[in-house]
Design a binder for this molecule. Structure first.
Ligand SMILES: C[S@@+](CC[C@H](N)C(=O)[O-])C[C@H]1O[C@@H](n2cnc3c(N)ncnc32)[C@H](O)[C@@H]1O
Length: 239
């Protein structure tokens, strides 16, 4: 019986799925490729070691183990719904690599409702990779509304979405890459650009569709900027 929009909401299923290296599979596998793709994208968009990064839906630290080694000690934070994913990721990817001095365990927070309680109020960059592909637009709106209320300074956020592939009606299933099929009404979700703009309506984020960023399963990248430039609230369309 599903307990939420995706398997990540099912705590007992997650407990067994993370066993025996499953913590890498359950976030999508492609461990090295997807970790590097995210870190390199953030660096290409201006992230430097002194910046502070929040990884929303950090999972088992596919990005986290690379980002905490690149950033100054303590400058990486992660949130996730799954205690088992986060704990297994910390044990097997951070402690076993001797990275505990770069990533305090307290920087990893269990947060299922995008509340961000207890986290710093200032981040230079946010990444939410393959998180909203498993969630509704309401979750996306909740996340960015709460972030806008929580953050006190400028911030650049990046998140990924599936979009219906060209020539396929959005209500139909869409064949993405690597055998993934996305849906308008169930996990993994796809969204049109107008759906994303709707989810951000009235929020102080300046949205841009970056699009293809060489994601192996065809997830598209979106930029949302909070700060002086974002106060215009004009949501740009596809670049
Ligand atoms: C496909 S994995 C991606 C993990 C990570 N971003 C990466 O690229 O390795 C999706 C992640 O979103 C998390 N997630 C799903 N629903 C969530 C929610 N409501 N709040 C926080 N995290 C959530 C899952 O637990 C999982 O770690």
């Amino acid at each position: 019986m599903p307990t939420g929009p995706s398997v990540y909401y099912d705590e007992s299923a997650m407990r067994s799925l993370v066993q025996d290296g499953g913590h890498r599979r359950i976030v999508g596998g492609l461990w090295e490729e997807m970790g590097s793709l995210q870190l390199n994208q953030l660096i290409a968009r201006g992230m430097v070691p002194g910046d502070r990064l929040l990884d929303v839906g950090c999972g088992s630290l596919r990005l986290g183990r690379l980002a905490c080694a690149y950033l100054d000690p303590g400058h990486y934070w992660g949130t996730d719904i799954s205690p088992d994913l986060v704990e297994t990721g910390y044990q097997q990817e951070i402690l076993s690599a001797g990275l505990q001095n770069r990533l305090p365990r307290t920087n990893l927070v269990i947060d299922a409702e995008f509340g961000f309680a207890g986290l710093p109020t200032s981040f230079d960059f946010i990444m939410a990779q393959s998180v909203f592909t498993h969630l509704s637009l309401n979750h996306m709106r909740l996340c960015f509304a709460n972030l806008a209320g929580h953050l006190t300074g400028p911030c650049k956020a990046y998140f990924t979405i599936f979009m219906p592939v060209a020539g396929v009606r959005p209500a139909q299933p869409s064949a993405q890459k690597d055998g993934v099929v996305s849906w308008s009404y169930k996990d993994p979700f796809h969204y049109e650009w107008d759906d994303i703009r709707h989810a951000f309506r009235g929020l102080p984020w300046h949205l841009s569709l970056i699009g293809d960023w060489a994601h192996p399963r065809n997830q598209m990248l979106v930029e949302a900027v909070l700060g002086n430039d974002a106060s215009r609230m004009d949501h740009r369309g596809p670049a």
